[in-house]
Design a protein around this ligand. Structure first.
Ligand SMILES: Nc1ncnc2c1ncn2[C@@H]1O[C@H](COP(=O)(O)OP(=O)(O)OP(=O)(O)O)[C@@H](O)[C@H]1O
Length: 312
């Protein structure tokens, strides 16, 4: 019928998937361990996004779940629930062969224990060559890559030395080269400076920064070392298996103004730090109020009468 053309309303725009443009996506990740019949929830619905090219530090008390998170991202441990995706690889859903390929090519890993990162009877050149040989890279290309990596992090002089002929800092820098050998998108480091004095720790941190800036790896480093976390643009704190706060630093080298943010998950949950809860005796139930530009959280106990100090 002329003049009465049917027009349908436009389909509602679909919200982009959480973390659709991030390189690392943790979406409500849960990891439960069973130990002697006891269940330990190491990760309790952790959300985290890391953009390609970022270098972030992860901090948190002992037992908060930092290592578990890295093990999941490394493809060593699978999430019990939730979604962990790195460079498009869904880590809850990798077959055996895919997992091997993922660990060989997509992520590199550096451990705290310097000795465990290397092989006692191999020189630095040989140990950086090894993952490339396993990946089937041609000899000439391997040699170029090995030299380039050792030079980039300042340990070219260690090329023909075995671990017992290197300092702890040199060993860790060689370990970073091993982790980077097959050009992973993401470099994961679990307390890489934990066994080192502060000067040597700085050299290792500088090598991580080189990996990030010059060699193109996105870096996630777990650390207790405030000197390390103070030098990255974003530090994420984990508390009780969840990301609880983030410190963003602006300015050259990440040093400059630092501002702390609490992290709110997509269900609107925010973790109130224990010091705050204890200071105001906030327990299971709190009062929330919306003000013009902020939200107030108050104890559910009746407020004290300022003249008597007694509850009103
Ligand atoms: N394989 C495992 N079996 C049983 N429980 C585990 C296992 N791995 C970790 N846990 C438990 O999970 C929780 C988180 O541990 P995780 O090692 O991730 O913490 P963390 O923050 O890295 O601690 P730290 O700083 O001491 O290394 C702890 O309670 C720990 O005991």
């Amino acid at each position: 019928m002329a003049g009465s053309e049917l027009t349908l309303p436009a389909a509602p725009a679909r919200a982009p998937e959480y973390g659709h443009d991030a390189l690392v996506v943790c979406d409500n990740v849960v990891r439960i361990y069973q130990a002697e019949g006891i269940e330990v929830q190491a990760l309790q619905g952790l959300d985290l996004l890391v953009a390609e090219g970022e270098m972030i530090a992860i901090v948190g008390a002992s037992g908060s779940g930092k290592s578990t998170l890295l093990q999941v991202l490394a493809g060593v441990d699978a999430p019990t629930a939730g979604r962990a995706v790195v460079a498009g690889n869904d880590l809850g859903d990798l077959g055996r062969a895919e997992r091997v390929r993922y660990r060989r090519h997509v992520v590199g890993f550096v451990r705290q224990q310097t000795a465990r990162n290397l092989v006692p009877y191999l020189t630095a050149s040989q140990v950086v060559d090894l993952p490339q040989t396993i990946a089937g890279v041609r000899k000439a290309e391997r040699a170029t890559r090995t030299t380039e990596l050792l030079e980039a992090v300042g340990v070219a002089h260690c090329a023909d030395r075995r671990p017992d002929q290197m300092s702890g800092g040199e060993q860790q820098r060689v370990a970073i080269c091993v982790a980077l050998a097959n050009r992973p998108r993401v470099l994961l480091a679990d307390e890489p400076t934990g066994e080192l004095d502060s000067e040597t720790a700085q050299e290792v941190f500088d090598a991580l920064r080189t990996a990030n800036r010059d060699l193109g790896a996105t870096v996630v480093v777990v650390t207790h070392d405030a000197a390390v976390s103070g030098q990255v643009a974003r530090t994420v704190a984990i508390r009780d298996g969840r990301t609880s706060s983030e410190v963003l630093r602006s300015g050259e080298e990440g040093v400059g103004v630092a501002e702390e943010y609490a992290v709110m998950d997509r269900a609107g949950r925010v973790q109130v730090p224990r010091e705050f809860r204890e200071a105001l005796e906030l327990t299971a139930r709190v009062r929330l109020a919306l003000a013009a530009d902020h939200v107030e959280i108050r104890s559910d106990r009746p407020a004290a009468d300022p003249s008597t100090g007694e509850p009103r």
